[in-house]
Design a binder for this molecule. Sequence first.
Ligand code: SF4
Length: 425
Amino acid sequence: MMINWIKRLIGLENKRKGTADVFCMMPWVHFHVTQLGTVTPCCQAPWQEETAFGNINRENIAQIWNGKKMAAFRKNMKNGVPDKRCEGCYEKEKQGFTSLRQITNKNYFHHYDRVNQTLKDGQIPGTTPVYFDIRFSNVCNLRCRICGPWSSSSWHNDAVALGMKSENAPAITVSVHNTERLFSELEGMMPDMEEFYFAGGEPLVTEEHYRLLDMLIKHGKTDVKLTYNTNFSSFEYKGVNVLELWKKFRQVNIAASLDAEGMRGELLRKNLDWTRVEDNRLKLLKELPHAEFTVSPTLNVYNLLHLPDFHRNWTQRGLIGVEDFIPTLLIKPNELAVSALTYTVKKQALGLYKKHLEWIAQQTVTKPEKYEHMISQFKNVMIVLNAKGDKNIKTRLKQHVNSLDSLRNENTLKVFPELGNREML
Ligand code: SF4
């Protein structure tokens, strides 16, 4: 289905050879502020000042939106000139994976008129972004093994102990220094706002997230699509129950970053209470049946052999539909990436995933488009499992596991005994 949309987009493109391979709707619709305060093409592009369109602490949204750097990016996109910042998407597509570029082109195709209206220098006067992703800070209540202090304030002490950061550095990094100015600008852009994407830190324990919802509710702008990447650990924040706020919005999409069930999930995402996670899922089903819910696990060395069971179990218990489970492959750090595992381990996993895909094929599907997306993500997993591994990674994996185990007084081998297999650890 997605392919048809992309074909339509290609058909309407300016027909220059190669344009459709690099064209992305992001700069015509999207505004992304990183945890450094830099404004970049999207969450997948590099964060550094050198390659950013600007910095939200030096300029406002309007200045950056039609500033020289963002305009030049649009111009290149329109002319089919590849951009280094987008290499992540190009690389994914080359390997047969679905990229964020392809997903965005499909979701925001309805703004293609903006592309036609773009001035020669790449400016689009009279427009504002419609799709926002502002990372206000790294505030998070968990310290996941696949994460680090840049995305979670709770990681601070571990990071200091591991020599990853200085103890004098702050645990919390705030990306937007003048929130008053930002909120007042956002308020002015509300009429055209279509989507707000919230991710971490952890949005459900972030002050600004609640302020934004209050602002939207106050202005009756409840048709804005709220999209989340959340650890799904808590619905309560300073006496506010987020479910009560969500009930007022037409569209709430929740991608819950849950990697494994029970004590496996708790080991991977430190401070997580699995009983509470399941309770939250039941509450959401009961109180907000219109919310679109997806389990969004990050596939890594730890959970590789357990993901199919998790998927099957939640589907059979009626907590999700079969298509509401969309895994993403971890890329960094290398030592936790499935791609680095040896051939023997990959072969074992390959058999497991083949069987799982057979089980998936027998299930009832109610959301075909989402199903297609899920299948393409599982195919990505199969591609990686069929590719060569990296034998040298074992030492670093061992270091990672041992250092976190001793720091957190945990025993990974008790929870994931298969990692004791010589081929893995
Ligand atoms: S091509 Fe990919 S990296 Fe570049 S702006 Fe689009 S989604 Fe982001």
